[in-house]
Design a protein. Structure first.
Length: 82
């Protein structure tokens, strides 16, 4: 997967905190967050859409969020009168 990020892109953030007694099916990815700025050497500034809080993370901890991509299919059926 390509790791090129751009401002305005939605991404998921990997939560690497080790906790005891984790729920087995709990996801370690949180988000989606918006890329605010891509800094040199792989640092990425993220912004939370709801609170507009921003922080800088390592680019290796993020992956593209594909949840907004939807395929819309339209079916057209022509009906003839008998």
């Amino acid at each position: 997967m390509e790791r090129n990020f751009y401002p305005g892109q939605f991404v998921l953030l990997f939560n690497s905190r080790l906790k005891l007694f984790l729920v087995k099916l709990k996801s370690k990815w949180s988000g989606p967050y918006v890329v605010k700025e891509v800094k040199p050497y792989g640092a990425i500034e993220l912004k939370e859409p709801k609170s507009h809080r921003s922080w800088v993370v390592n680019g290796q901890r993020v992956k593209p969020y594909l949840g907004n991509e939807q395929e819309n299919f339209i079916t057209v059926m022509l009906l003839d009168n008998p």
